[in-house]
Design a protein around this ligand. Structure first.
Ligand code: HEM
Length: 394
């Protein structure tokens, strides 16, 4: 048996397979992924914590299925984004991370709560009287997408079009696509980079009170123009997709477990346990920089390695009865769905804040929320877990 990105179980129900790997083949060579896969919590954590032997350089260029024609069209942008902060090692990483972190201080993040709450209330004002919706399409995405756009400084009129490009980009790099579709998506990706390039140039000329201006203010001192473009493009992806995916996974879980609305004083715990058990991120890729011997297997220098945070979050060595949803779990936050170590998600506090706030507002405004019975399907992706739709009533 092997991972299979094109089959449903890969994202929907990989846990029997992952349990077997943890027990029998903790360093598994996946022919399908073209990567070694680490599945035990201790090994995933150690690898995240060792950027010297497990390099992030080019690690997001996980697109083995891209055709030669697509690669040619992408040109220098074919390797995802080569100077994006998650894609580089120290010392570049240390410098980029310092710059980005300036925008994610606890104070700056807390200041976004009010805005995010208002975006949720506004959405519910428009749809609450309907009594039914597709949670993914109609509820889960909009507040996060708008918050991220405002934070970055994307004008409201451009939001929809930016969102469409971000979706295309995600599809191109993170899920297998037929050749013709690849070319189409590559065109969209290049148009998107061009858009962000113009946004960065505009803010460099006339700064405003947004993240892009904060970063363009560092061009020439800490950052280059290209680094800022790559940073902005990618943060739009981080904000637009991961939080809504995590919210959808969480709402599905909470409704199935009968924990709705989530009591005010349990919101933080609910967010953490939902992330642990149904994480929106399945893990991260790294390249071994040297031969690494582990559990009797030698991962050769240069090999691609998947650190399976999804498996680590279900590791019985760390989490008692890992398949049981438990709001009282004392160590739910020992999951690594936000990564770990020097690349630990810079948006983690903002992600948690959005999830808590959304669950609070949704529980209050839609206390009778329930699932419409039917099959559940996930997007096909190498690294992310997100529902394609989630019909609900209230
Ligand atoms: C539930 C939501 C989120 C999840 C599950 C998530 C997951 C992750 C993970 C696993 C990493 C580590 C990547 C690696 O080690 O290779 C990461 C890094 C990162 N995330 Fe998030 N993320 C979320 C939300 C956000 C948000 C809201 C933002 C920004 C607005 C963001 C921006 C970033 C950035 C810039 C990095 C790179 C940090 C570095 O390399 O130093 N993320 N995220």
């Amino acid at each position: 048996m092997d991972f299979d990105v094109s089959s449903d179980w890969h994202v929907a129900a990989p846990y029997d397979f992952l349990r077997r790997l943890r027990r029998e083949q903790p360093v598994f060579h996946s022919a399908h992924l073209g990567a070694y896969v680490l599945t035990r919590h201790a090994d995933v954590r150690a690898a995240y914590g060792d950027p010297v032997r497990f390099s992030s350089r080019g690690s997001l260029a996980i697109s083995p299925s891209l055709t030669a024609a697509t690669r040619e069209k992408l040109g220098e942008h074919g390797s995802f984004l080569s100077s994006f902060v998650a894609n580089v090692d120290p010392p570049d990483h240390t410098r980029l991370r310092r710059s980005v972190s300036r925008a994610f201080t606890p104070r700056a993040v807390a200041a976004l709560e009010h805005r995010f709450r208002a975006l949720n209330e506004d959405l519910l004002d428009r749809i609450a009287s309907r009594g039914e919706a597709d949670f993914v399409r109609d509820i889960g995405h909009e507040p996060s997408v708008k918050l991220t756009a405002r934070f970055i400084g994307v004008p409201e009129a451009d939001e929809a079009h930016v969102q469409a490009h971000v979706k295309d980009w995600f599809q191109l790099f993170l899920s297998p696509q037929p050749p013709d579709r690849q070319l189409e998506l590559a065109g969209s990706f290049l148009a998107y980079l061009d858009y962000v390039d113009r946004l960065v140039a505009a803010r460099a000329r006339e700064p405003r009170a947004d993240f892009t201006s904060l970063m363009t203010g560092l061009i020439g001192r800490e950052l280059s123009h290209r680094e800022v473009v790559e940073l902005i493009s990618t943060i739009l992806l981080g904000g637009n997709d991961t939080v809504p995916n995590q919210l959808g996974n969480s709402v599905l879980r909470l409704l199935r477990e009968g924990v709705w609305p989530v009591p005010q004083d349990r919101l933080g715990r609910a967010v953490e346990e939902c992330m642990r058990i149904d994480g929106a991120s399945l893990g991260s890729f790294r390249y071994a920089t040297t031969d690494v011997s582990l559990h009797g297997v030698t991962i050769p220098a240069g090999a691609l390695v998947l650190l399976s945070a999804d498996s680590a979050a279900h590791d019985e060595a760390v989490f008692a009865e890992p398949e049981r949803f438990d709001l009282d779990r004392p160590n739910a936050d020992a999951h690594m769905v936000f990564g770990y170590g020097i690349h630990f998600c810079v948006g983690a506090a903002l992600g948690r804040l959005q999830l808590r706030t959304a669950l609070e507002v949704l529980g209050r405004r839609l206390p009778g929320l329930r699932l419409v019975p039917g099959p559940i399907s996930y997007r096909r992706s190498i690294v992310g877990r997100g529902l394609t739709e989630l019909p609900v009533k209230w």
